[in-house]
Ligand binder design. Structure first.
Ligand SMILES: [Zn+2]
Length: 312
C-alpha cells in the first residue's frame, strides 16, 4: 500500500486545470476561513461567489484524500477543496495525521535545517537579500567568538603570516572557501562599518552563491534559519491547457530534482532576473533559466491566460 503524498503534484494531478488554478488563487488570496483540524481530516469554510461560504471537508486516508464540498460543482476536487488542501499542505496537517495515526515520520527538510555538526572552517556567514536595493549583503561572524568581522584584510594578512612562519601550514577545504569569499568581498563589496554588513551589487553576486554553497554554514540574516544550498538544478516547465471557449491557460512549475513534486512558480523566490538562483523555504538552488530571458508578461504569476489564435 503506497502512502499518499499530499503535495502540489497530487492536487494538480487530481484536479481539472481550471479548478486547480482557481483553487490556487483562492488559497493565495486568503479565501479560507475557520480551518478546523479533526481526527480524520480537516473542515473549513471557503468564501464563495454566490453564497457567502461553502463547507469543505477533507477526509484523510493513508492512501489518499477524499474531498467533499457543499458547492454545486460536479467535480470531486472543486476549487474550494483545492484551496483547503493547499492550506493543509502549508500547515502540514496531513503530515501530522500520518505521524499520529501511522507513525510515519514527516519530511520537513525544506524548512527545518540544521547547522553543520562538524564545521571545518572558522566563520559563519549571514546572508540578507533585502538590506539594500540592488545589493545583497553578507555579514561574517567568527564562529568561536561570535564577533562580527569588519577587517577582512587583517584576516588575510594573518593567513599569509602563518604561511610564512610555517612552510607546512595548510588550509582545509572549508578554510579555502572562506578565504576565497574574503578575497571576493575585498574586490566587490562595500562595508557598512556600523552595521558590519558587506554590500555586494546583485549583478556580481553569482560568484558568491557558488562559494557560499560550499561554506560550512550560511544563515538567513533575518530569520536566522540555516540556509541549505543544493547543487542540483531546478527546471522550469510549462503546462498548456486549451479550454472549450478557445482560451489557452499557461502554467509555470518548477521541477525539483530531489522530490517527486512540482512547485508552482509563485512559491519559489528568485533573487533577481539576472541570477540563475532560486529559493524555496530554506533551500537555495541553481535554476535552469535566467528569468530576464523569458517574456515578462508570462512570469508575473503561475497562471496566464492567452487568447488562442482561433479564439474570440
Ligand atoms: Zn466546492
Amino acid at each position: 500500500m503506497t502512502v499518499c503524498n499530499l503535495n502540489y503534484k497530487y492536487l494538480k494531478d487530481n484536479a481539472t486545470p481550471g479548478s486547480w488554478r482557481r483553487g490556487y488563487e483562492y488559497y493565495q488570496s486568503g479565501q479560507i476561513d475557520s480551518v478546523e483540524v479533526t481526527k480524520t481530516g480537516v473542515k473549513a469554510k471557503v468564501k464563495g461567489n454566490f453564497k457567502s461560504f461553502y463547507d469543505v471537508e477533507l477526509k484523510f486516508k493513508k492512501t489518499g484524500i477524499e474531498p467533499t464540498c457543499s458547492c454545486p460543482l460536479k467535480e470531486k476536487w472543486c476549487k474550494h477543496a483545492i484551496a483547503v488542501a493547499l492550506k493543509a499542505i502549508e500547515d502540514h496537517t496531513y503530515d501530522e495525521f500520518l505521524k499520529k495515526k501511522f507513525k510515519i515520520e514527516p519530511d520537513y527538510s525544506d524548512e527545518q535545517t540544521f547547522m553543520n555538526e562538524n564545521p571545518q572552517g572558522g566563520y559563519i556567514f549571514h546572508f540578507n537579500a533585502k538590506r539594500r536595493q540592488n545589493f545583497f549583503s553578507i555579514l561574517v561572524m567568527d564562529r568561536n567568538t561570535s564577533k562580527v568581522i569588519r577587517d577582512i584584510e587583517a584576516v588575510l594578512k594573518a593567513v599569509i603570516a602563518a604561511q610564512k612562519a610555517d612552510p607546512n601550514f595548510e588550509l582545509n577545504n572549508s578554510q579555502k572557501v572562506e578565504l576565497a569569499i574574503f578575497q571576493l568581498l575585498l574586490k566587490n563589496s562595500r562595508l557598512d562599518k556600523k552595521a558590519g554588513w558587506y554590500d555586494i551589487p546583485i549583478a556580481k553576486f553569482d560568484g558568491f552563491f557558488q562559494l557560499l554553497s560550499k561554506a560550512d554554514d550560511v544563515i538567513d540574516g533575518k530569520t536566522k534559519d540555516k540556509l541549505v544550498f543544493c547543487s542540483d538544478e531546478w527546471k522550469l516547465s510549462m503546462s498548456v491547457n486549451f479550454s472549450m471557449v478557445g482560451n489557452v491557460l499557461l502554467s509555470l512549475y518548477w521541477q525539483r530534482p530531489d522530490k517527486d513534486d512540482i512547485i508552482p512558480f509563485d512559491e519559489v523566490r528568485y533573487f533577481s532576473r539576472q541570477l540563475k538562483w532560486g529559493r524555496y523555504k530554506n533551500k537555495i538552488f541553481p535554476i535552469n533559466v535566467q528569468l530576464s530571458a523569458l517574456p515578462q508578461n508570462l512570469i508575473k504569476t503561475t497562471f496566464t491566460d492567452v487568447k488562442d489564435a482561433d479564439g474570440a
